[in-house]
Design a protein around this ligand. Sequence first.
Ligand code: MET
Ligand code: ZN
Ligand code: ZN
Length: 404
Amino acid sequence: MTISEPASVTRFRDYVKIETVHPTPDYAKCTEFLIAQAEEIGLGHQVVELVKGKPVVILKLEGSDPSLPAILLNSHTDVVPVYREKWDYDPFAATRVEVENGDHRIYGRGTQDMKVTGSLYLEAFRQIKASGKKFLRNVYSTFVPDEEIYSIEGMMPFSKSQEFKDLNIGFGIDEGGPSINENTYYFTSERTTCPVTFTAHGNTGHGSQFIEGTAIEKLLPIINELMLLRETQLSKLKKIGGIMLFNQGQVTSVNLTMLEGGKQPNVVPATFSATFDIRITPLLDLAEFYKYLEDLAEKNECDIEFHYRDEPNKSLKITETNPFMVEIKSACSKHGLNPVEMVMPAATDARFVRQAGIQAVGINPMINHKLLAHDHNEYIIESEYIKSIPFYTDLIERLASVPN
Ligand code: MET
Ligand SMILES: [Zn+2]
Ligand SMILES: [Zn+2]
C-alpha cells in the first residue's frame, strides 16, 4: 500500500476484506461495517432480518418530498466461493497492486461482483451529504444477502415484505457488470435461471450382461436432446453477432453441470441423474419451456426436479421517454459513457424488484475491464472505480430530482 491511496479506495478495500463468502458468509461483520459507514456519512439506517442471520441493510438519503416514490439502489453483499490455490493474492486481503501506467488493481473476491457497486453507492452518498444538497425523492440503498444462492432468504422474501412496500420504491438501479469494452451495457430484462435435475431409474444387474431398460438408456436421450439445444442456440448466437459476454441473453444457454450415478464398474446402475444449468431467454415463453422440459422427462420415463423455479421474469418495457431512463442516459452522456441495452445473461436481484411491478435497470459504469465475476484473481481497476463515483453522484441527483 502506498501513501497516495485515496480514502474511497481504502473504504472499498475494507468492504472486500469482510468474508461474506458462501457457504458461511460473515453477515454480522458486514452489517456492522455498513452501519458504521452510514453513521459516518450521516445516512438513516435500518436492518430488516426476515430470516435470522440474513440481514438486509437499508440506508436512506432523505428527500424533501418523501410522499413521492423513492429511488432504490440495490447491491448484494455475498460473494461466491474461491479456489484459494488458484489465486495470486489472498482473495480477502483486497491487495492493491500498482500496474505499468501508474494505475492500480484491487484484487479480491467480490471486487467486481458486486462490492464495487455497493461501495460506489456509499461514496456517492458521502459526496452528496458533504455537499449539503438535498433532492426531491428519498433514495434508499439496500445491501442484501444470499443473491448468489437464489436469494431465497434474501431479496425474494424482502421484495414481498411490508418493510419493502413501506419504502414506496418508484424506480430501481441494480447490478450490471464492468464492461469489457468502451460501451456501457444496461439491462432492463434478464434470462430465467433454471437449475434442473433429471433422474432415471432402471434395471440393474451384472456388468457383463446386455441388461434392458437401464437408467442410463433413459437418461441419455435427454442429455442428447439438451446438448443439441445447446448447439442450436450457440449457432444462433454466432449468427446474431458472435459470442460476446453481454449479448448471450438473446438465446437460451445449456450446461450439463453434474452427472451422478453408479456404484462400481461391474454393477449396472439402478439410478442415474443429470443436472443442467439452463438460462432461458425472455424471448421464449417460460411456461412453455418448463412444459417442454417436463414432457421430455415424461417421454423418457425420468423424474424431473427443478431446484428452483423462478416466477416469469417481468421485463417492464422502459420506453425512451421514461423520465428515469432519460436521466440514466443523460448521466451516461455527461460522463462520456455510451449506453447500450442488453438482456442480462445471468440473474440479478432486479428480477424481484420487477416482479413487484417496479421498473429496474442493471448498470455498471466501469469500462474496459476483463470480466472476472466468479473467476480466479477477480480485480477492478482503481481509476475506473474513482471515475465512477461522480457518475453515481450525478445519477442519484438526477433520479431523485425527477418530478412526480
Ligand atoms: C438465480 S441465482 C443467481 C445467482 C447468480 N447471480 C447467477 O446468475 O448465477
Ligand atoms: Zn452479482
Ligand atoms: Zn455473481
